[in-house]
Design a protein around this ligand. Structure first.
Ligand SMILES: [Zn+2]
Length: 294
């Protein structure tokens, strides 16, 4: 393990600029389940790994009356996404999906990036739909990549509440696992790659980390598993999911981050937000309203 050195940057000093749907579309690649988005000079590709029927049974304390206001009678889709970020000549993945079917690898290849050309994988947290794509049969899928994750996440899933899958995934990268302590939202942020800043959002897991992408006057916040059922949890950030290790803490940070993004007009990208997986958020009533980019 290595510990990182960094330079601080004050989030509050960022120039606040609206960059939502209007200014940032890239030419869309003709690849199903891939959405291209530009953050200044940085190219971001949302990669859908899998889409299936959604399940509101994971929402804690959401009764039928509430659900009926948000969930269409014919159901809704749940997705699992990862993101590819091209910044300053580096190819960086944020999460690696489950690995099923080699879908994420296939998508990055079609975007011109071979697995050997991935320089880093930034992990939001150590659940299988986020790290599963790191290794197969003990071999690293991205053999030249360093794996970045919060120290508290590594400790929890490799020592406190051991997840053998996570242990195996990290073991495949041996000394190329880098831990860091993500900064609290609203404080001085540390840049780990050009234009990429980890932010602590503990609750879903003890080291759950968001990644702010910032370049020129544009920003995009990758929110990992800050929420799982967008149709309900944007409007009701107080509702957590059974997957949240600490549902109370998860609800507090969910509202804090979503309100911060709304106030500062920071678009969001999520691992469980259906295609295009990226959108803007604004306050509405007691909650938030999410609008996908076009
Ligand atoms: Zn997840």
């Amino acid at each position: 393990m290595k510990t990182m050195m960094f330079m601080g940057l004050v989030l509050g000093a960022f120039v606040i600029a609206s960059c939502a749907s209007s200014g940032n579309p890239l030419v869309q690649p003709d690849i199903e389940g891939v959405f291209a988005y530009r953050v200044g000079q940085i190219e971001v590709f949302m990669l859908v790994e899998a889409e299936r029927d959604g399940n509101t049974g994971i929402l804690i304390g959401a009764d039928q009356e509430l659900l009926s206001r948000y969930i269409p009678t014919d159901g809704f889709k749940h997705t699992a996404n990862a993101f590819l970020v091209k910044t300053n000549g580096q190819n960086i993945l944020i999460d690696a999906g489950t690995g099923a079917g080699g879908i994420i690898v296939d998508k990055i290849k079609r975007l011109g990036v071979e697995p050997e050309q991935v320089n880093a994988v930034l992990i939001t947290h150590l659940h299988g739909d986020h790290f599963g794509g790191l290794q197969r049969d003990g071999a690293a899928i991205f053999p030249n990549a360093k794996i970045y994750l919060a120290a508290s996440e590594l400790e929890f899933f490799t020592q406190t509440n051991v997840n053998q899958g996570a242990v195996a995934a990290l073991a495949a990268y041996e000394n190329n696992v880098v831990t860091f302590t993500p900064d609290e939202p609203g404080t001085s942020l540390t840049e780990i790659f050009t234009g990429i800043y980890p932010i602590a959002a503990f609750g879903h897991t003890p080291g759950h980390t968001l990644y702010l992408i910032q370049n020129q006057n544009d920003r995009l916040l990758i929110i990992g598993d800050l929420l799982h059922v967008a149709l309900v949890q944007f409007a009701h950030p107080e509702i957590s999911a059974t997957f949240d290790v600490d549902p109370v803490e998860a609800a507090v940070i969910r509202r804090q981050i979503l309100e911060y993004a709304a106030q500062n007009k920071i678009p969001l990208g999520g691992m469980h937000i259906v295609y295009p997986g990226i959108g803007t958020v604004e306050t509405e009533g007691e909650g938030l309203k999410f609008t996908p980019v076009k």
